[in-house]
Design a protein around this ligand. Structure first.
Ligand SMILES: [Zn+2]
Length: 134
């Protein structure tokens, strides 16, 4: 028997599945983890950035083949940006999109600050809509 009382906590569910769709597919497998908190902990401690989930992405196509341009902008560059997509789209940009890991963590953090139940969420959404309506 468990000593502690059972309190319904939506985050308990996160250990089993990802009902909110914040974790990219294959994320747990990438870290050899069996739960989302475990995977995030392992991700925090991971020494390298070789994991594709931790690499910045092209804001256009989401490719992790982001090329950091050499630092001398004065040199003859047609596009004055810091990065270039090495994937299919070849976009030039200054600010890479956050890695899938960062995006997932941001969304998880945002979710923590919101009401946890669907009913509370709906009422807060309604309140927001009401505010906008005025
Ligand atoms: Zn791209």
């Amino acid at each position: 028997m468990s000593a502690h009382t059972h309190t319904p906590d939506p985050f308990d569910d996160d250990r089993q599945r990802d009902p909110y769709g914040i974790i990219p597919e294959g994320f747990l497998e990438a870290y050899g983890a069996s739960s989302i908190p475990e995977a995030l902990r392992k991700a925090e401690r991971a020494p390298s950035t070789s994991n594709p989930y931790e690499q910045p992405r092209c804001p256009s196509c989401g490719s992790t083949k982001v090329i950091v341009k050499p630092g001398h902008r004065e040199i003859d560059h047609k596009q004055d940006t810091d990065y270039k997509c090495g994937g299919d789209c070849g976009a030039h940009f200054d600010d890479p999109a956050p890695s899938k890991l960062e995006a997932a963590k941001q969304r998880a953090a945002e979710r923590r600050e919101r009401p946890q139940t669907a009913a509370a969420f709906e009422s807060s959404e309604q309140a927001r809509l009401d505010e906008v309506g005025e």
